[in-house]
Design a binder for this molecule. Structure first.
Ligand code: ZN
Length: 245
């Protein structure tokens, strides 16, 4: 990570060099720490005086037993969204985007889309709530200028799912991967969605599903087409989600 927040997760962002000299300047008021503005964890400057490596901030190692899907997207661990950088965060906009997403009609579309993408029986409400909790943890609402239609696509990458084969009832695990042109920056998912896709893959082999509409386009029109009619999702169901998330 190229910058971190000084002295608190909401502190000013600094490079490792700036952090080291700033903490030295203020050392009489106690030891200062650097924080990741996405996960709020303490991070450590690395390679500040090195002529060999580019300096950076490192997250602590993943805690024993922790789910890799909870990894901070700004850590160099295995976050699903790869390619996001600290400059893709706008902490000030988060509250507003989250409120808009939780309006019943938007939330209904989001659940309906994820439900249809997963297939029958693969998205129980509890799992959707976990996806929303990860969205809070990963500060998805703060991704710069994010568009509402792309949020359900990103939510799908935050879990693994279990499906069941029609012919013999055998269970299999699957996940979704977002695909953008190789060198494109992270915001491409909503700035140039026509160049992006979401792909359904088997967990064990990472092989894509062999369906006509896989990978699936990323756009508001594609989302609406997949949803069709969402009237079957009752307001009471949405209220349960809002209460739990
Ligand atoms: Zn972090």
């Amino acid at each position: 990570m190229e910058k971190a927040a000084y002295n608190s997760p909401t502190g000013p962002l600094m490079t490792p060099e700036e952090f080291v000299s700033e903490s030295k300047r203020n050392q009489e008021t106690g030891k200062k720490f650097a924080y990741c503005p996405m996960c709020d964890e303490r991070v450590a400057p690395y390679g500040v005086h090195s002529t060999v490596v580019k300096s950076r901030f490192d997250h602590p190692d993943r805690a024993e037993g922790a789910d890799p899907l909870d990894d901070c997207e700004l850590s160099n661990r295995s976050g699903r969204l790869g390619g996001i950088s600290i400059d893709d965060l706008d902490l000030a906009q988060g509250k507003r985007v989250r409120e808009r997403f939780y309006e019943p009609d938007t939330l209904r579309l989001a659940y309906a889309f994820c439900h249809r993408m997963c297939g029958q029986g693969a998205l129980p409400r509890a799992k959707f709530i976990e996806m929303l909790q990860r969205a809070d943890k990963k500060k998805i609402w703060c991704y710069v200028d994010i568009e509402l239609f792309v949020i359900p696509y990103i939510l799908l990458t935050f879990e693994n799912f279990t499906g069941r084969r029609k012919k013999d009832g055998m269970e299999f695990d699957f996940y979704f991967a977002l695909i953008k042109p190789g060198a494109a920056d992270f915001r491409t998912y909503w700035t140039r969605p026509e160049d992006c896709r979401i792909e359904k893959r088997f967990c064990r082999t990472h092989v894509p599903f062999n369906n006509d509409d896989n990978p699936y386009p990323v756009s508001e029109a594609a989302l609406l087409a997949k949803v069709g009619n969402a009237d079957w999702i009752k307001d009471s169901f949405l209220r349960e989600i809002i209460r739990a998330a």
